[in-house]
Ligand binder design. Structure first.
Ligand code: SDX
Length: 435
């Protein structure tokens, strides 16, 4: 607790009210206004939650001004280069990086749950082959809740843990199935002798007709993409998962809600939108036409945005974008695509934007989505699948945040209020008398 406080005074002569100021280990203090309505009969008003801390969390910290991202205190730059995604999952879920034995045990538990019930194939058959993968994933993840009655009680820590393992383990299988269904190829079953990322690459790109040897550079790049997208504090989809789970629904349904929210182009759908934007510029003249495009972006009457730029929290370079650009270089070099026109266009566009006052004055820098699309396209991931891979990676973060909320004895069902500006009370007129 704290002896520091904030006092609210009112110009209408109402008595001032005082609220405690709470401090975290790092980052901004908060004013604890939980008693505001009881003391004043007034709500706070903060659409978009620009100034609202929705919870007390120990998982991820972002310093937007410094461009810093920590998972349980470890900088993303160190995790992305010194660990693999299974170690990062263990860290996010249980608070510590695993030792050798713990990593072996955790990875072994995930590996044993990578298959999905054969019935899941019938859900896929209900979709058109050209359905967007995120519509398929929203359906499939929600459908998982029908298959595991032994692990849907959110208030049982053991059931939360087994559903966490099941979700982390099955997301790659489901994403790969959504892809195979879209191209009319047979599903590839997971293999227990492959790493998490290698298993995903094989389920995506192998066929029953020949052996598939994963390319280690591409596997490492995929693993790093998973790590960079694993968690990100109280972003829109994580807040959706928390609010959904606060009703006590099962973990699979809550994660399906997160998948649905992530789909939006202002959020996880930005990598797909960013690649479409680069493709359009390329098709309309490439680097020579960047100036024309930037003019459109600055024109308030156009709805054109520089996709992959800007962030609600980062007002400096997104540290994940830097790492993603490095990964891009590695993959394009490995594949002999270092002259990839899209990558060169992205680099030129980034350079021009970072020197343009419109972006500098608004602190708009490349975010994680700016390069992730290019590297995934180079790996061979189809553009519509980018956000499904983002959802695959973010599943562990969503679960860790959900578990943290449910384990907090102070948690309640989330139920915001509103500023009502609609009609005052009025009487229903009989139909014949309505004009
Ligand atoms: C993710 O929250 C998270 O942590 C999300 C995420 C995660 O890991 O979970 O990091 C993943 O979603 C990354 C963001 C991906 N989205 C995009 O790349 C889409 C393009 N970006 C914008 O839509 C926008 O930047 C947002 C939505 C990301 C943030 O918007 P804000 O914080 O609400 O900022 P804003 O819309 O109030 O913009 C401030 C100004 C406005 O101009 P003015 O009204 O002041 O004149 O900046 C402009 C905006 O028009 N602006 C942009 C812009 N982003 C903001 N102008 C052109 N291009 C852009 N991309």
């Amino acid at each position: 607790m704290t002896d520091r406080n904030a006092t609210l005074t009112f110009s209408d002569g109402s008595a001032p009210v005082t609220f405690p100021i709470l401090s975290g280990t790092i980052g901004p203090d908060v004013i604890d206004i939980r008693t505001l309505y009881g003391k004043t009969g007034k709500f706070t008003y903060d659409p978009g939650f620009l100034s609202t801390a929705s919870c007390n969390s120990t998982i991820t910290f972002i310093d937007g001004d410094k461009g810093e991202l920590l998972y349980r205190g470890y900088p993303i730059e160190e995790l992305a280069t010194k660990c693999d995604f299974m170690e990062v999952c263990h860290l996010l879920l249980y608070g510590e990086l695993p030792d050798v034995a713990q990593k072996k045990d955790f990875t072994g538990r995930v590996t044993k749950h990578t298959m999905v019930n054969e019935q899941m194939q019938f859900f896929l058959r209900g979709f058109r082959r050209d359905a967007h993968p995120m519509s398929v994933m929203t359906g499939l993840v929600g459908a998982l809740s029908a298959f595991y009655p032994d692990s849907i009680n959110l208030h049982d820590a053991h059931q939360r843990d087994i559903s966490a393992i099941r979700l982390i383990a099955k997301m790659p299988t489901l994403v790969a199935m959504a892809y195979k269904y879209s191209v009319g190829q047979p599903y590839m079953y997971p293999r227990n002798d492959l790493s998490y990322a290698a298993n995903f690459m094989r389920m995506m790109f192998a066929t029953p007709c020949e052996d598939y040897k994963p390319n280690e550079v591409l596997v490492r790049a995929m693993d790093r993409i998973f790590t960079l997208h694993a968690d990100h504090e109280q972003n829109a989809s994580t807040s959706t998962v928390r609010l959904c789970a606060s009703s006590g629904t099962n973990p699979f349904a809550a994660i399906a809600a997160g998948v649905a929210c992530l789909w939006g182009p202002a959020h996880g759908g930005a990598n797909e939108a960013c690649l479409a934007m680069l493709g359009d510029i390329q098709a309309n003249g490439g680097v020579a036409k960047i100036g024309e495009f930037i003019t459109k972006v600055k024109d308030k009457n156009s709805s054109v945005k520089l996709m992959g730029f800007g962030h609600r929290v980062y007002k400096n370079y997104d540290p994940r974008a830097k790492l993603m650009r490095e990964t891009c270089h590695e993959v394009l070099s490995e594949l002999g695509l270092h002259d990839d026109p899209l990558f060169k266009l992205a680099m030129s566009l980034e350079k021009i934007a970072l020197e343009d006052d419109y972006f500098v004055s608004r602190k708009l820098y490349p975010n994680v989505d700016y390069y992730s699309g290019i590297v995934q396209k180079a790996i061979g991931i189809p553009v519509p699948l980018f956000t499904a891979i983002f959802a695959l990676a973010r599943t562990v973060g969503w679960i860790a945040q959900l578990n943290e909320m449910i384990a907090d004895p102070e948690y309640k069902i989330g139920r915001p209020r509103q500023l009502y500006t609609g009609a005052t009370r009025r009487t229903v007129m009989p139909l014949a008398q309505r004009s």
